[in-house]
Design a protein around this ligand. Sequence first.
Ligand SMILES: [Zn+2]
Length: 439
Amino acid sequence: MTMPEIVHSYVPANILQRLIRFDTTNPPGNEAACIAYLNGLLTEAGIATTLLEREPGRPNLIARLAGRGDSPPLLLQGHVDVVTTAGQQWRYPPFEGRLAEGMIWGRGALDMKGGVAMLVTAFLRAHQEELNLPGDVILALMPDEEKGSACGAKFLVEDHAGLFAGVRYALGEFGAVSTQIGLRRCYPIMVAERQYCGLRAIVRGPGGHGSIRQREGILTRLTRVLNRINMVRLPVHITPVTRRFVESFSQAQPFPLNVLMAQLLNPALTGRILDLVGPMGTALEAMLYNTAVVTAVHGGDGANVIPSEVELRLDGRVLPGFGPAELLAELQAVVGDGVAFEVVTFEPGPAEPDMALFGMLAGILRESDPEGVPMPMLITGVTDGRFFAQLGIQTYGFTPLKLPADMNFTALLHAADERVPAEALEFGARAIYTALGRF
Ligand SMILES: [Zn+2]
């Protein structure tokens, strides 16, 4: 089955070009003009909107289409801020939104003004064509995702939860972007996130005069601790989502790749298979292990004094269903005694995903790309989905893109030359539009 050919007045590539031209680098964000442009699109179409801001100049935009009421309302959520381009060498200026080589180039093309352009296009088309919606559709366009969402999703969830009454599912960022896995084009739909757990550790030693070498002093201890944390994997955990993810892509491969990849689920072999897989293994590894990465080291302040204390900061990420206690125990087992770990922040996420809409979304992808293999995915970072999860809302990462096999999506995120094929945006807008008729 193919999607009907309809000529639309809303073109996601054009909308994306306009969005990129607003420099919404966060910090400081400056999202107001970008949101005003989107607000104009919606109000000119005759859709009522609400603007809500926690800080002046950083509005959130909410709009709603009425449905039949057979299904709970569906939320479409996206952010319009972007990360910095400082220090990067771009082929084309990052805020020009140039169309070249069939691609729209610019900061946010993928993360996630491209997604916003697709969500808004689907929403506007649904209104224009009076699509028969199973339930209300709520559109939330937000600032500040890249810096913790205090002015965006976090603010909406904490101060305006009533707007989302009855909502159980959302479509948002990071998912359904085609990725070559082995010999197949796969569409991982994000259904779960790892949880952020910031840690602190103190390494102690005798300290002393800088003129006297300490063979077994604090620096030896620190080196050993850093090496252990960097080189040793924590215990493997096969969560239900990861099991389904690995089963889906391994079953789609020819022999013997299928057998080899399935062994990722055999804890005795997981590490060895990951080492064989190469760069692709990095993302997979994050789905199979709790992790902690040392991101800062503080200690000492004079060239002639050996410090007696060095502080480490760690970026910890915990799989769904696990908590900080497990991460601390796993780390302690790796580095041994003599180092005390402490949790600085923990942002809990939902334990297990609600998969009710997954089959419908996967079905749309199969219709749109019969050779593609949809699968549920756990993402290694976090999205605004974690805030909506506090209201009992399950977010699916569903901003579909069918990309050329040689295009490495994740390598372009937050990087120079971020770009997206204009055609892929139309593919995604249609898939989202279809979902609006079927949720
Ligand atoms: Zn994003």
